[in-house]
Design a protein around this ligand. Structure first.
Ligand SMILES: [Zn+2]
Length: 388
């Protein structure tokens, strides 16, 4: 005991004089698998709508992923998260040609860098019954060993039989769904045509809205009735402003969706400060938001993780911000600095689960240059496979 205590006292001292020390950040909706997309060539056909964006870009990419690419994507994403101040990621993964073991590969990569995680596999009927079954099996295998969610792509690609099996897994493992909801109007249109109801009504029927662990990503094209159902449910909503802009699918308005709104990057990048600022600026026209509510949405992910007793986002997760300001920084005006001044590059040190994972902007748990070198190689393989 004596030795342990003195060893603890002799631990590394970080000088935080003049710095801001706060809880590290967390990402409410991410896709590590999209990490190797940056800089890739144009798709074979220029997408004209949301469905074509999925068909010609993302579904082509995720079908080309193998073990090495998934690992490289997860390692480089974990580094990007840490460098931008996040120590916890809620991820939504898809790799239809490499499903078994894919979640464990990501979990191990995140563990290696020191990033907490809540993972799921994107179950879908978009590639046929066999792939849907593999997705369900991967989910069950992973949830038997680790904390996670039951991932589903979106209502319009999941039939009733698969949805029922996913709901059974949700009950069995006492967890929630993590699903894209009305990201584009197309989701509502196809759901209405095929199932005769709205996306949110359908999710309610399968019991997904009763779980406080359920995550509904996007929620852009909901009817008033659906908004009411979401508001009165236990589920959480994730706003992904940069992704919505990129996919030209519309603008988020949280004003009728209740208090349980958090923020995500949807695989665009791993920078939560930028995400919160984007939510704030877009919200001046399309939403009801001020600097305090923007900051609240940014912080809500901690509440989600805490109320659901997920591990890895406790008190011993901290960032030290080296923030230089021409005006006084006080607790009363911090949210103003957060929206108008703070940058990810101000993140100097990161402590994850009590362990220093970034010191002076250098990742200490893995060799960043080595990881990025390997991921560049994997990106070339991926692009070749996608024929870009
Ligand atoms: Zn997404």
């Amino acid at each position: 005991m004596e030795d342990e205590r003195s060893a603890h006292l002799e631990g590394e001292v970080i000088d935080c004089q003049g710095k801001i020390v706060t809880k590290s950040f967390a990402i409410g909706h991410h896709h590590a698998y999209s990490a190797l997309a940056r800089g890739m060539g144009a798709p074979t056909k220029n997408p004209e709508n949301f469905y074509e964006i999925l068909k010609y870009i993302w579904w082509k990419l995720d079908k080309s992923l193998d073990r090495e690419m998934i690992e490289a994507s997860a390692l480089s994403t974990a580094i990007a998260c840490a460098k931008a101040g996040s120590t916890f990621v809620i991820d939504h993964h898809a790799s239809p040609e490499f499903i078994p073991d894919s979640l464990e590969i990501i979990a191990k990569a995140f563990d290696k860098v020191g990033i907490g995680h809540l993972l799921c596999y994107e179950i879908s009927d978009r590639d046929g019954e066999e792939k849907a079954e593999e997705g369900l099996e991967e989910t069950a295998a992973y949830l038997s060993n680790r904390q996670g969610l039951v991932g589903l792509h979106a209502s319009f690609t999941v039939g009733d039989e698969t949805m029922k099996k996913a709901a059974d897994l949700m009950q069995k493992f006492r967890t929630g769904f993590h699903i894209h909801v009305a990201e584009a109007a197309y989701d509502e249109k196809v759901t209405e045509e095929n199932f005769g109801k709205t996306v949110v009504e359908r999710l309610k029927e399968f019991g997904a809205l009763n779980s406080p662990k359920t995550i509904l990503a996007h929620c852009l094209h909901l009817s008033d009735k659906e908004k009411e159902l979401v508001r009165k449910s236990k589920a959480w909503v994730v706003q992904n402003p940069d992704s919505n802009l990129n996919n030209h699918v519309g603008f988020f308005d949280g004003s009728e969706l209740g208090e349980r709104i958090m923020l995500g990057t949807d695989g665009m990048h791993s920078d939560m400060i930028r995400t919160a600022q984007q939510a704030y600026f877009l919200g001046q026209t399309f939403d009801s938001i001020d600097v305090n509510s923007a900051y609240q949405r940014f912080k809500n992910v901690h509440e989600y993780l805490n109320v659901n007793n997920f591990e890895g986002d406790g008190e011993n997760n901290l960032v030290v911000l080296d923030y230089k300001s021409p005006t006084p920084v006080k607790s009363e005006n911090f949210t103003g600095h957060f929206v108008y001044g703070l940058r990810a590059s101000d993140v100097q040190h990161v402590i994850s689960n009590g362990k220093l994972i970034m010191r002076d902007r250098q990742i200490v748990t893995v060799d960043e240059d080595e990881v990025l070198g390997a991921s560049k190689e994997q990106a070339l393989w991926l692009w070749r496979r996608m024929r870009l």
